[in-house]
Every structure is written in structure tokens, then in C-alpha cells.
Design a protein around this ligand. Structure first.
Ligand code: ZN
Length: 442
């Protein structure tokens, strides 16, 4: 197995030939136009979040994000009047702060897109919300830790926008009120104590790292406490609950949370032992007899093979664990899980990232990036080709129509995201999750 290289491997050009590339570029343009036509950005709609919205991240689809961003922001403000005018005031603390299904993702994308187009004021305002209002939400006792609605999502958003913090000049301080909750974590006080020492200091990149550190600690504490309360500590030192369920997959569960945690090397070193034991539990102890991974510890069900539940989320975690710990057993389990996704992952639920084919195609694209093995790129192409036949397959009723058929995480937007990452993958920064590649800041 060859070692990962930053350069485009030769095999890429052999699989994605010039002729095929031209075809894909044509398809990309066609599908982008289709989304813009079906859901015109100027039309009023209420889908503003990353999950059901149309904001597409990779730089090659930045134009699409630019088209939708103002409409998404307006829709958000129209439906969320309770957000305080001064975001530094914790007048209303929400119990959610995830990347995909809360305003956190919206503001993270707004920050990057607006920075890209030179609207630094709007970009800065969104960054301000992330590090004040939503940073407070992360410490509210009822806030979960998973990716869509919880702390892992905010950690992801802060990591995603982190390069902007040092680029934009801004002077402000954190709010002086602690989170108003009986159970408010001592971590929030830790932030505030730090701030008290430097009440007028510039809000630097290092301060962002303090916030990230505190949210990371809160996520770990939540995992330790949940495992202990459930009597699971002997099996795993960390487990999390969402809606009273011990989910294991990427969307609501431990695989997603742990994948995000692994993006912060300094903090991983601090908690290395328990994080590694928790990863080993998810990867090696929650596999069912049919070869798939359980959706949750509670149900033990192993019938779902999609980003949100089952083997695909396991691949993302195992690949990240391999990247961080460099242990061959992580890559081995990733390849086993990918094999399972290849055998059972042609989904009929549309072409979105969450429980559609494009999300499963990313499993192979990520393994190709790590191994440069031709078969993974061929598998990506195989799944991508199924995505591109979405219209015929939907007409033949082989594909179901998702709830939001044009969106990124449920619909055609996901296939567009995949197309851009396959076409231009050598330039994007691997962030560990489908489609969440970087938007170029310059
Ligand atoms: Zn899903």
C-alpha cells in the first residue's frame, strides 16, 4: 500500500481521463444550473442551514454559495428574531450549536464566503457570533455533543473559520456574564477568567484556541459523565447521547464526535489515552455479525449503510485515527468498512451526503487520498456515475425523492459537492467529512 502524497497521483489521470473530466465538468455546470433554476436564490424559502440549504463549500462552487448566502441570511433573520442585536449579550442561550443543522454552520460559511468577496464587515459579524453567542450555547447543560446540533459542530465551525480570526482586525472582549445556568460548566468560567485578565486585549487567534480548548474539554467531560452514568466506563471511557440514545455513527454519534476531536492535535495529546480507547471501542467493538456497524448501542441495529449511520461514518473516523496515530490497524479497519460500503452502499434515498450515494462515494475518495490505490478512485467514480443518473433513476422509481431534493445533505447539492471534489480534489484541504473541503480565502 503506497503512502499518501500531496501531489496528484498518476493513477488519477488514468481513471479521470481528459475525456471523462470534460464530461464531469459539463455535468457539474448542468447540475449547478438545475439547482439555481429549481430553487432560485431570490425566492423566499426557509431553508438556511447547511444541511437542508444550498450553500456549497468547495471553492469551485463558491459562485453558488455567493448566490445563496444573502438569501439564506435573510431567511435566517426572518425566522429567528430572538437572536440578540448585540451578540455578545447572552440574553438567550440556545441549546444547540452544531454545524449542519443550526445557525453555526450558516455563520461559518457566511464568514468564509463574505471574506472571499471582500465583505469583511459581514464576515466579522458572523465570526463574532460564533465566538460569543454560540460559544456560550456550547456550555448550556442541555446542548448535545454531536455534529448536527452539538458541540462537535461548533468545534468544526471554529476550526473551519480559524484562519480568518488572525486575518481580520477586531477588538472586542468576551461577554462578562457567565452562562446563566445552574449546571453551567466550569469551563465557561475558565474562559471568562482568562478574559478577565485581559479585558481589553485584542481578540487574537490564541483566544480562539482557548475557546476551542474549553469546548473540547466540555465535550470530553460530557462523554466521561455519560459513560459513567450509564455504567459503560469499563467498555469505553467516552460515550455521548443524543435524544436519549447512544448513537455511534457520524451524524449524531460517537464516530462523528471523535472524528472532529481528532482535528485538534494539541488537545488529543492531552486526552490521548481515553480518546484512543473510545475510538477503539467504536471501531472494533460495535460491529455486527453482518459486517456493518451498529447505528446505536441501544438498538444494536446494523441495517443502515450511510454517512449518518453505519460503516461510512466508521471509515471517516478510522481514516482520521490513522492520520493522527499512524497505526496500520486503523487503516485496515477503514478498508474493511469501505469494502462493506461498496457492497451495500448504493442507496435509493437520493444523492445527498447524509443518507445518499454521494456521501458514501466520499468514503472511497478519502481512502484514495490516503492510499493512492486505484480501486478506491474507481469505486468513487462508480458511485458518482450513479449520482449523475439521478433523474432517470428517480423516474424509474429506483431512487426516492428526498424531502429537500435540491439540498446539499439530502439532495442534488451533495452530488455537486462530490463532483467538485473529484474534479479539483488536489487543491482542497482535507477536513475529514464529506464535502467539507475548504473555501479558498484569496
Ligand atoms: Zn442521514
Amino acid at each position: 500500500m503506497s503512502v499518501q502524497s500531496d501531489r496528484v497521483p498518476e493513477v488519477y489521470d488514468k481513471v479521470i481521463t481528459a475525456e471523462y473530466k470534460a464530461l464531469l465538468q459539463k455535468a457539474l455546470l448542468k447540475e449547478c444550473k438545475r439547482i439555481l433554476q429549481e430553487v432560485p436564490p431570490e425566492r423566499e424559502y426557509h431553508y438556511w442551514d447547511v444541511y437542508v440549504g444550498f450553500m456549497i463549500g468547495p471553492k469551485t462552487a463558491l459562485k453558488i454559495a455567493e448566490e445563496y448566502i444573502d438569501s439564506a441570511l435573510a431567511s435566517y433573520h426572518a425566522t429567528n428574531p430572538s437572536l440578540p442585536a448585540d451578540p455578545s449579550l447572552p440574553a438567550h442561550i440556545e441549546n444547540e450549536c452544531g454545524f449542519l443543522c443550526t445557525a453555526v454552520g450558516l455563520h461559518a460559511v457566511v464568514a468564509r464566503v463574505k471574506y472571499h468577496v471582500g465583505d469583511y464587515e459581514t464576515s466579522n459579524h458572523s465570526l463574532h457570533l460564533l465566538r460569543t453567542h454560540f460559544a456560550h450555547s456550547a456550555f448550556a447543560p442541555r446542548t448535545p455533543s454531536e455534529l448536527l446540533y452539538g458541540r462537535a459542530g461548533l468545534l468544526y465551525a471554529l476550526n473551519y473559520t480559524e484562519p480568518l480570526f488572525s486575518s481580520l482586525s477586531d477588538n472586542f472582549t468576551l461577554p462578562s456574564n457567565p452562562v446563566p445556568s445552574a449546571e453551567s460548566s466550569h469551563h465557561s468560567h475558565r474562559i471568562l477568567r482568562n478574559n478577565d485578565k485581559h479585558p481589553t486585549s485584542e481578540y487574537s487567534s490564541s483566544k480562539i484556541h482557548q475557546i476551542i480548548s474549553s469546548i473540547f474539554d466540555a465535550t470530553i467531560e460530557n462523554g466521561i459523565r455519560t459513560a459513567s452514568d450509564a455504567g459503560l466506563s469499563a467498555k469505553t471511557p467516552l460515550i455521548w447521547k443524543w435524544h436519549e440514545t447512544f448513537y455511534l455513527g457520524a451524524a449524531h454519534g460517537a464516530a462523528g464526535i471523535l472524528t472532529v476531536l481528532l482535528s485538534f492535535p494539541d488537545k488529543v495529546r492531552e486526552y490521548r489515552d481515553i480518546i484512543k480507547r473510545a475510538i477503539d471501542f467504536v471501531l472494533f467493538e460495535t460491529r455486527g455479525e453482518n459486517g456493518n456497524w451498529m447505528s446505536s448501542l441501544d438498538s444494536g441495529k446494523t441495517d443502515l449503510v450511510q454517512f449518518c449511520h453505519g460503516a461510512p461514518g466508521i471509515v471517516f473516523l478510522a481514516c482520521k485515527a490513522y492520520e493522527v496515530f499512524k497505526e496500520a490497524r486503523y487503516l485496515e479497519i477503514a478498508t474493511e468498512a469501505a469494502m462493506f460500503v461498496h457492497d451495500y452502499g448504493i442507496l435509493r434515498k437520493g444523492v445527498g451526503l447524509c443518507h445518499g450515494i454521494s456521501g458514501n462515494a466520499y468514503v472511497f475518495l478519502i481512502l484514495f487520498k490516503i492510499t493512492n490505490e486505484r480501486k478506491y478512485l474507481e469505486w468513487t467514480v462508480e458511485f458518482m456515475d450513479a449520482c449523475l443518473q439521478w433523474e432517470q433513476l428517480t423516474e424509474k422509481r429506483q431512487f426516492r425523492v428526498p424531502d429537500r431534493p435540491w439540498s446539499v445533505w439530502e439532495g442534488l447539492g451533495g452530488a455537486v459537492w462530490l463532483l467538485t471534489d473529484v474534479l479539483f480534489w488536489e487543491n482542497e484541504i482535507f477536513k475529514g467529512f464529506p464535502g467539507l473541503s475548504d473555501i479558498q480565502s484569496t
